[in-house]
Ligand binder design. Structure first.
Ligand code: SF4
Length: 549
C-alpha cells in the first residue's frame, strides 16, 4: 500500500483556528510547528553525525537541541541540584544539563539475548551504567554525551535496534504483548502486524511531522497487557463467531492533564489490513489533528469532538476507500494483573518467567546478568513489559527452578510482594526537566517500607508515582495514583509531596481515579498514608472486590 494521500481541503466543521492542515491551516501557529516546518526532525541525524558529535555540545543549534533531537530519542537531562520549585520558573537552557537521556525503542518489548547485551554494553560504556525500563517497553539510558551518539547508533543498528522516533511528534514505540506467539491462551499473535508497521512507517517522512506524540498498541493477549485504553491507536485481538481472527480498533486514548480513554470504532480489521488501517488513522491525525495549541494537539481531542461515527466515516471514505465491517468487542481481560510476572506455561511446553526489578530500575550490569542467565538456561528471547518488568521466554521445564534462583540472587524477583510487583515510578527529578519531585528512590524505599509494615498483604493494588502532572507513570489509572507537587508541611515549609488520586483502573471497569480534593501528603508522610489506605481497604473489602470497586 502507498501512504494515503492528503485529502483536499474538506469541509468538516471545526472551530476556527485549530491549526488543522486539512482545513487549510498550513502556516505554523506556534513555535513547535514552526520548527517542524523549518526542517523535519528526521534530518537532525546527519547533523549529529557530521557536526555535533565532532564539535561537541556547544555547537548544537538550540532548535535541534530542544526540538529535533527528540526524533532520535535524545533529551537533555535536568541539571543536577535544581530543586522542583525552580522547574516552572527557569528558562529551558538553565535547566539543561550537557548530558542526554537516550531512549532505545523496543517495539513489542522484543529483544534477543544479543540485543540485550548490546544495550548493556552501551549502558556501561557510555551511560555510567544506567538503564531504566519504561512503562512503554523502552530502555532509557542517562549521562550520554553527544560525542558518543554516532557510535551508540552504530552498535544498536548492527543488531537491528534504533532510537528513531523514540520521542518527538512521531509514532513512538509500538507496544505489544511480551508473550505474543507463545501464550497458551492468546487470541492472535500480533507480531507480524507490529513488525510490518515498524518496518514500513517508522522513520517515514510521511509521518514524521504529526501534531503531537502518537502512541500505538497492538496485541492479541487475553490479559490486555498493552493498555490499549490509553493509546492514541490500538488494535486488540478478537475472534468472530465463525472463528475468523482479527482486531478491534480503538482510537483517542491518552492520559496527561486531560485524560481520556480510547473509544472503539466498532470495526473488524483483518490481520492483513492492520498496517493500512494504522496508516489511515495516523494520516487523519496528521491532517486533521489540532496543531494550534500543544495541549490540545493529541488525537484524543479530535476523537472527542468528532465522535466515533464521524471518525470511522472519514477513515473509510477519505483514507481507506472501502468500508470496514462491524466487529465484536474484545473479551474482558482474564484477570486483574496484566504484568506477566511469575512462572507460566507456554503453548510449546516450555515456560516463561516474568520478574520484577524495582520500579524498572536496572543497570548495564544487571542487563548483562539477565542476558547471561537467559542464555545459560537455553533462552534467546527476553521481553520488556508495559509495567516496567522483564520476561525470559522459552525455559525448559527442568531449568525453571535454577533460572528463578539465579534471578532472585540478583534481587530480580519472580514472586514479588504486591508492592514490588505493582509500584511504578516515572523518571522524576533525578533526570527529568519537568519534574517537581523525586520518584524512583522514593518509590523503591516505599516498597521496602510497605513490605515491612504489611508483610501479608497480597491482593492486587497498584501505586503509580509521578514527578509532575504529566502522568508518564499513569496517575489516573492506578489504584493509588500520586502526582508530584510541592506541599506545605506541618511547619509551613514547602516540601516535596503528592496529590492523591484514588481508585483508577483499566480493564473490565476502566475509569479514572478520583482526585481527592485537598488530599495531599508530603513525601515523608507517604508510607503512613498508604499504610492507612491499605489497612482500611483490606479490612473492608469483600472477597474478590478490587480497590477501584
Ligand atoms: Fe518527567 Fe513528569 Fe513524566 Fe515524571 S511524569 S517523567 S516528572 S514529565
Amino acid at each position: 500500500m502507498t501512504t494515503p494521500a492528503r485529502p483536499a481541503n474538506r469541509h468538516h466543521k471545526r472551530p476556527r483556528g485549530e491549526g488543522q492542515w486539512a482545513l487549510g491551516y498550513r502556516e505554523p501557529l506556534n513555535k513547535n510547528e514552526e520548527n517542524k516546518k523549518n526542517d523535519d526532525g528526521l534530518n537532525v541525524r546527519q547533523r549529529i553525525i557530521d557536526i555535533y558529535a565532532k564539535r561537541g555540545f556547544d555547537s548544537i543549534d538550540p532548535a535541534d537541541l530542544r526540538g529535533r533531537f527528540r526524533w532520535y530519542g535524545l533529551y537533555t537531562q535536568r541539571r543536577p541540584g535544581i530543586d522542583g520549585g525552580k522547574t516552572a520558573i527557569l528558562e529551558p537552557e538553565e535547566l539543561d544539563d550537557r548530558y542526554f537521556m537516550l531512549r532505545v525503542r523496543i517495539d513489542g518489548g522484543q529483544l534477543t539475548v544479543e540485543q540485550l547485551r548490546v544495550i548493556a554494553d552501551i549502558s556501561t560504556t557510555y551511560a555510567r551504567g544506567t538503564a531504566d525500563i519504561t512503562d512503554r517497553q523502552n530502555i532509557q539510558l542517562h549521562w550520554v554525551e553527544i560525542e558518543s551518539v554516532p557510535e551508540i547508533w552504530e552498535r544498536l543498528e548492527a543488531v537491528g535496534l534504533h532510537t528513531t522516533e523514540a520521542c518527538g511528534d512521531t509514532p513512538r514505540v509500538i507496544i505489544g504483548c511480551p508473550l505474543a506467539g507463545i501464550a497458551a491462551d492468546e487470541v492472535i499473535d500480533a507480531t507480524p502486524q507490529l513488525r510490518e508497521i515498524r518496518d514500513r512507517y517508522i522513520g517515514d517522512p510521511a509521518f514524521s511531522n504529526l501534531p503531537r506524540k502518537y502512541k500505538t498498541a497492538i496485541s492479541g493477549c487475553t490479559a490486555h497487557c498493552t493498555v490499549h485504553e490509553i493509546n492514541d491507536v490500538a488494535f486488540v485481538g478478537v475472534e468472530l463467531a465463525d472463528g475468523t481472527k482479527g482486531f478491534d480498533l480503538w482510537v483517542g486514548g491518552g492520559l496527561s492533564t486531560n485524560p481520556m480513554l480510547a473509544k472503539r470504532l466498532n470495526v473488524f480489521v483483518r490481520p492483513e489490513q492492520v498496517a493500512e488501517v494504522w496508516a489511515g488513522v495516523t494520516s487523519i491525525f496528521r491532517d486533521y489533528g489540532y496543531r494550534r495549541l500543544r495541549h490540545r494537539a493529541r488525537l484524543k481531542f479530535l476523537v472527542n469532538d468528532w465522535g466515533t461515527e464521524k471518525f470511522r466515516d472519514v477513515l473509510e471514505k477519505e483514507y481507506l476507500g472501502y468500508p470496514l465491517p462491524d466487529g465484536p468487542a474484545p473479551a474482558p481481560p482474564r484477570n486483574g494483573r496484566r504484568d506477566h510476572v511469575g512462572v507460566f506455561p507456554q503453548r510449546d511446553g516450555n515456560f516463561y518467567v516474568g520478574f520484577a526489578p524495582r520500579v524498572g530500575r536496572m543497570s548495564g550490569e544487571l542487563l548483562h546478568a539477565v542476558a547471561d542467565i537467559a542464555e545459560r538456561h537455553g533462552s534467546d528471547r527476553v521481553r520488556t513489559t508495559t509495567e516496567q518488568k522483564m520476561v525470559i521466554l522459552d525455559v525448559a521445564p527442568d531449568r525453571v527452578d535454577s533460572l528463578v534462583a539465579e534471578l532472585e540472587a540478583h534481587d530480580l524477583q519472580v514472586k514479588p510482594s504486591t508492592f514490588r510487583r505493582q509500584t511504578m515510578a516515572c523518571t522524576g527529578i533525578e533526570y527529568c526537566k519537568l519534574a517537581i519531585v523525586e520518584t524512583k528512590k522514593l518509590a523503591s524505599e516505599l516498597i521496602d517500607e510497605l513490605e515491612r509494615r504489611l508483610p501479608d498483604f497480597d491482593v492486587p493494588l497498584s501505586i503509580n508515582v509521578n514527578g509532575c502532572p504529566n502522568s508518564c507513570a499513569r496517575i489516573q489509572v492506578a489504584d493509588i495514583g500520586l502526582k508530584g507537587q510541592l506541599v506545605m508541611d506541618d511547619n509551613g515549609e514547602q516540601v516535596e509531596g503528592f496529590q492523591i488520586h484514588l481508585g483508577g483502573s483499566i480493564g473490565v471497569s476502566s475509569g479514572f481515579g478520583r482526585k481527592v480534593r485537598g488530599l495531599k501528603t508530603t513525601a515523608a508522610e507517604l508510607p503512613d498514608y498508604i499504610e492507612r489506605v491499605v489497612r482500611n481497604y483490606d479490612a473492608q473489602r469483600k472477597d474478590g472486590e478490587t480497590f477501584a470497586e
